[in-house]
Design a protein around this ligand. Structure first.
Ligand SMILES: *Cc1c(COP(=O)(O)O)cnc(C)c1O
Length: 373
């Protein structure tokens, strides 16, 4: 039998071995790796809401949602989120990963077709695989190929009441670019499919009151499933899905990650409610203003807070990340299988909490790096 060491040596040989790194807030290193885009994870108002809620409703939920784990704060947050996102219904999950891997197999199954963008996040890919539906992948943002897959899918499900589900992200997690959501909506309508959009990197940041890219493009009403996470701009943890009441009811009955997992702490749901008030209010506007100033200081034409510096080889990306750390900047090297082979990169994420000096400092450290190549 192969030992684990055998596999670890293989990973080492390809520069693909990963190591846990303890982040010490006292280290003096400036963090350009976090998805806490608005700086909410350490926001005094949010921290106070969380600790107050623990005092009031306790630390844990006690059971899964369908047993006795649905507490008042869960229901209130879901109602508040549905109103914020302008959908009939919303459902809170333990994480974004659990949302995708639970919801997608609840929506489609054997005999159905799921069509996804090549650069979709692992959680969407895993959800699609778990569903047992036939999978078709289109090259990143390639509408022509999406349309031909939709035609093919309609032939497959013709006369069988089969479902066709298109999966995409609104802002892509490792490239920071955006999906052409309006065109995708038009295609899914023309070809009788449903659309599932993961707004993990747009929720809280883009659109009116931070409602996401679909809202910014005014097509959110035509997106059947709006997924997101509370783990990024919202500064907490947890995932959500917004959809019509019937779909959410079905997902409550079918999503295994929802049914067979203990409910998130009710205090977290209460804090998430406070977070929505912050994001949707004046503070949110201010934080987004600062974030966009910081993004354009770093790179004028950036489409989001995620700015990749593609370097190619794993070794090159790792060496660059080490050199930046030496200079006091934490920027992670992202490698296969998170990104395609040969596209290893530094992934810079800008936050509202960065100062102009920190951003200028990272920019000059990066250009020193490029000169020394
Ligand atoms: C981070 C991420 C997820 C998973 O969300 P978690 O709450 O961290 O589990 C899902 N989709 C995308 C695009 C992500 O970037």
């Amino acid at each position: 039998m192969r030992s684990p060491k055998h596999d670890l040596d293989e990973l080492d040989a390809q520069n693909l071995r990963r190591q846990l790194r303890v982040i010490d807030s006292e280290s003096g290193v400036v963090n350009f790796a976090s998805n806490d885009y608005l700086g909410l994870a350490n926001d005094p108002a949010l921290k106070a809401a969380f600790t107050d809620a623990i005092e009031k409703v306790g630390a844990g939920s006690g059971a899964s949602r369908l047993i006795c784990g649905t507490h008042r704060p869960h229901a209130e947050f879901e109602e508040q989120l549905a109103e914020f996102k302008n959908t009939e219904s919303a459902l809170l999950f333990g994480s974004g990963y659990a949302t995708a891997t639970g919801a997608i197999p609840a929506i489609v199954g054997k005999g159905d077709v799921v069509i996804l963008d090549k650069l979709c996040h692992a959680s969407l890919i895993d959800g699609a695989k778990l569903s047992g539906a036939t999978m078709r992948v289109f090259p990143h943002n390639d509408l022509g190929k999406l349309e031909s897959h939709l035609r093919w899918a309609n032939e497959q499900v013709a006369g069988k009441k089969g479902r066709i589900l298109v999966l995409t992200e609104s802002v892509f997690s490792m490239d920071g670019d955006r999906a052409p959501l309006q065109e995708i909506v038009r295609l899914k309508q023309e070809h009788d499919a449903r659309l599932f959009v993961d707004e993990a990197h747009a929720f809280g940041i883009l659109g009116p009151r931070g409602r996401g890219l679909a809202a910014e493009l005014d097509c959110d009403g035509d997106v059947d499933f709006q997924m997101g996470t509370l783990s990024k701009a919202a500064g907490l943890s947890g995932g959500y899905l917004c959809a019509s009441r019937d779909w959410i009811d079905l997902i409550v009955n079918r999503a295994r990650s929802f049914i067979y997992s203990t409910a998130p702490p009710p205090a977290l749901a209460a804090a998430a409610g406070e977070c929505l008030r912050l994001i949707g209010g004046k503070r949110g506007e201010e934080m987004r203003g600062r974030l966009f100033e910081n993004i354009s200081q770093f790179q004028a034409d950036a489409e989001s807070a995620i700015i990749p510096v593609v370097l190619g080889e794993n070794e090159t990306a790792l060496a660059a990340a080490d050199a930046l750390l030496e200079s006091g900047y934490f920027v992670p090297a992202i490698r296969f299988p998170t990104v395609p082979r040969g596209t290893a990169r530094l992934r810079v994420t800008v936050s509202a909490a960065h100062s102009a000096e920190e951003i200028a400092g990272l920019k000059s450290a990066l250009s020193r790096l490029r000169k020394n190549e």
